[in-house]
Design a protein around this ligand. Structure first.
Ligand SMILES: O=C(O)CCC(=O)C(=O)O
Length: 282
């Protein structure tokens, strides 16, 4: 069976995603160049910058992912492009094709390495579920969008294609392969240089790491997390929106967003830290 035959639902009308789904199943990552305009990506970067300064001042607001690198989860309405993002035909189409018609939007946040960020250990973002290591099914996705044009001195994201299928149950926290296994990841490693407006879609199980960042320009990157029903990552997050924002969302977004509707937004206190990254590696 080819990977595209594993799709649980037809792709967005008029958009043939079978080649992208096949690439995702083979490599654990696939990209879409120029999905958004540079202006749109610039506004996204502004929203990430605002959210960063707000979060870094609060305990639990920004979680360390190594020296001079932080992860911040945001409220969907703190990002002006949220509806454009989740209704983009390629993003919604990939989410539906891989995670099924009832896919769930469970996380929105961003990762920012600053000057001086170090190489991270090779890792995946959570342990592999049985559906992946036994049945070779992808049950959750991470979409990434860069806020800047990535250059070699900006600690590009490095990923080892194909490693989404590694079992990993023997690894530390089931997420961090031992150093003697690193040569296998290094042989496969590819560094990514996305430009503003590009989107990537990956399995968060595909083993990856951040690389050293000598540039004075920070590299914020948005992360949108999507699950198949039952994958369980909504429990690690706590998306919330106000009633008026929720009421104004298109029905197609409400159908997928796993969130609390609240009278007043309270700052996000993050529950999903990646313990092995908090202190950093080299
Ligand atoms: O560095 C990047 O481009 C992506 C970061 C990320 O999403 C991660 O490390 O999980």
């Amino acid at each position: 069976m080819t990977a595209s035959a594993l799709r649980t639902a037809p792709p967005s009308p008029g958009l043939d995603l079978s080649a992208d789904v096949d690439t995702l199943y083979r490599d654990g990552i696939v990209g879409r160049k120029g999905a958004f305009s540079r202006e749109w990506a610039g506004a996204m970067r502004e929203d990430m910058t605002t959210a960063f300064w707000e979060a870094i001042q609060r305990p639990g607001g920004a979680v360390g992912r190594g020296p001079r690198r932080w992860y911040v989860e945001i409220h969907p309405q703190a990002f002006g492009g949220f509806v454009d993002l989740v209704t983009h035909p390629w993003i919604a189409g990939m989410a539906e094709a891989v995670c099924g018609p009832d896919y769930q939007i469970v996380e929105i946040g961003f990762d920012t390495p600053f000057q001086g960020a170090k190489r991270q250990p090779w890792h995946r973002d959570f342990p592999s579920p049985r559906e992946s290591y036994e049945e070779r099914r992808i049950t959750s996705l991470a979409f990434n969008l860069t806020g800047v044009d990535v250059t070699p001195d900006m600690g590009p994201f490095e990923i080892a294609p194909g490693t989404q299928w590694d079992d990993g149950r023997e690894w530390k926290h089931e997420m961090f392969p031992a150093q003697e296994l690193w040569p296998r990841f290094e042989e496969r490693a590819v560094k990514k240089y996305p430009q503003m407006g590009d989107v990537s879609c990956r399995s968060a199980l595909t083993v990856h790491r951040g690389t050293p960042h000598p540039s004075p320009i920070a590299r914020p990157v948005l992360v949108l997390g999507v699950d198949a029903p039952g994958a369980g990552h909504a429990e690690l997050h706590d998306l919330m929106v106000t009633q008026d924002y929720y009421d104004a969302l298109p029905q197609s977004v409400r159908d997928h967003l796993v969130c609390r509707v609240v009278d007043k937004l309270v700052p996000v206190t993050q529950k999903h830290d990646i313990e092995g990254l908090v202190m950093g590696a080299e």
